[in-house]
Design a binder for this molecule. Structure first.
Ligand SMILES: Cc1cc2nc3c(=O)[nH]c(=O)nc-3n(C[C@H](O)[C@H](O)[C@H](O)COP(=O)(O)OP(=O)(O)OC[C@H]3O[C@@H](n4cnc5c(N)ncnc54)[C@H](O)[C@@H]3O)c2cc1C
Length: 392
């Protein structure tokens, strides 16, 4: 039974902590935030995530937290829908599904389960790694572990300490995004279950989607040029104000709300490309190893699969080298597929011109016309199994 340090209490880190802790391993998790991080948009329970959560015994709990959603709608500056895609589109395989829960709820469910089997050090991280000897920031103490796993996101400190600088592995996709939770006021326009997307010229996107009752999850996407440091909140808010100053719809209201949001977050759309995810007895998991970017829509599925794969390999092989080889061979094909983007994917996420924006709405309507929808539904079916109905 090994002693393992997991850095990062996110989706991957908590999943691994649960699986190894349950098997009797001595698990410590160091999370830099003072408590479990909240915020973030929805996580899709179609396909692989569902299967992993079922094997973990957490699917039923997740299904109790589904967000009631009616679909996605692309709206113009006056708030009028230009295209809609209900959750029923493509036999339930469309952009938004009725099988989604908030990332923060999934994170809480995983953490509640893992906390029974692991020791958590919140508001802490590692400042140095010598092999698997870790120095903790909170008290400067040094501890020896058999294994160290970096599950600390796309800007992983473990990766920097054990594998080298982020710039060696980061592939920026040219967009940035900001997101936060809006607490509805009596004057806040209701979403009525719709995920609303407003495209403005200049590759700017403003989104509002359903969250917990009384809340909306807000997102801004824009071209990533001359960004302020990730730690400078004030400069980020000022940049958002500048970039979105002339954008219509609810943009003014949402920019104001961003200023007081407790979970405001800001980052670039990046991929992390690494030839290997392990070095000695240090391994990377999730976004720290292979961030596919939010555009892939697969970050959570990969983190869950990666945790399951790494745990199974470690529990099977006494030799970490053999376990890591199995982990890499299982995850590499999935990651390679997830990181492949069809040509024009980034531009399609944020069309630049008024013509591009109109074309996007037209395409969203066209793909739902009966003959095209039937063909696309057929094409999608082998890849994404139809979810079973949610228990009432
Ligand atoms: C609050 C939040 C909101 C998100 N919202 C979205 C979203 O809306 N859409 C989307 O596509 N993806 C979102 N993500 C990313 C998404 O969770 C991941 O892509 C995916 O789940 C992979 O999980 P992961 O475990 O690799 O990383 P994450 O789930 O991101 O977890 C990483 C964890 O590591 C912690 N951490 C970071 N640095 C350190 C450090 N130096 N030391 C210790 N701990 C550290 C973080 O606080 C976090 O808890 C969000 C992530 C977070 C943390």
């Amino acid at each position: 039974m090994a002693r393992v340090l997991i850095v990062g209490a996110g989706i991957g880190g908590d999943s691994l902590a649960l699986l190894l802790g349950r098997a009797g391993w001595d698990v410590t998790v160091a999370e830099i935030a003072p408590s479990l991080r909240t915020g973030g948009q929805t996580v899709d329970l179609r396909g692989d995530s569902r299967d992993v959560l079922e094997r973990m015994g957490l699917l039923e709990t997740c299904l109790e937290r589904l967000v009631p959603q009616r679909g996605a709608a692309w709206i113009d500056a006056a708030g009028h829908p230009q295209a809609e895609m209900p959750v029923s589109a493509f036999d339930g395989q469309g952009l938004v599904s009725s099988h989604e829960l908030l990332r923060s709820d999934l994170s809480r469910i995983l953490n509640d389960a893992a906390a029974r089997h692991a020791t958590y050090r919140f508001a802490d991280t590692v400042t140095a790694l010598t092999g698997t000897r870790a120095t903790f920031r909170s008290d400067g103490a040094t501890e020896d572990f058999d294994l160290v796993v970096g599950a600390d996101g796309a800007h992983s400190r473990v990766r920097t300490l054990a594998f080298g600088p982020e710039a060696d592995y980061r592939k920026p996709l040219g967009l940035a995004h900001a997101w936060f939770t809006l607490v509805e006021q009596p004057t806040t326009p209701a979403l009525d279950g719709w995920f609303l997307i407003h495209h403005a010229p200049g590759s700017r996107v403003v989104e509002a989607r359903p969250g917990h009752p009384g809340e909306q999850e807000i997102g801004f996407t824009f071209p990533a040029a001359n960004l302020p440091p990730r730690s400078d909140r004030q400069a980020q808010l000022t940049l958002l104000d500048t970039v979105f100053t002339d954008v219509g719809w609810r943009t003014r209201e949402l920019l104001t709300a961003a200023r007081t949001a407790p979970d405001f977050a800001f980052d670039t759309y990046d991929q992390i490309l690494m030839p290997h995810w392990t070095h000695g007895n240090v391994a990377l998991l999730g976004d720290s190893a292979w961030c596919a970017s939010p555009l892939s829509g697969l970050g959570t599925a990969l983190a869950l699969q990666g945790a399951e794969s790494l745990a199974a390999a470690l529990l099977t092989h006494a030799d970490p080298a053999a376990a890591f080889a199995e982990y890499e061979s299982q995850m590499r094909p999935r990651v390679t597929t997830a990181q492949k983007m069809f040509p024009g994917r980034v531009k399609a996420a944020a069309p630049r011109t008024p013509l591009g924006i109109r074309t996007n709405a037209l395409v969203m309507r066209l793909v739902q016309t009966p003959p095209v929808a039937a063909a696309l539904t057929h094409l999608m079916r082998p890849e994404i199994p139809t979810p079973t109905p949610q228990p009432s």
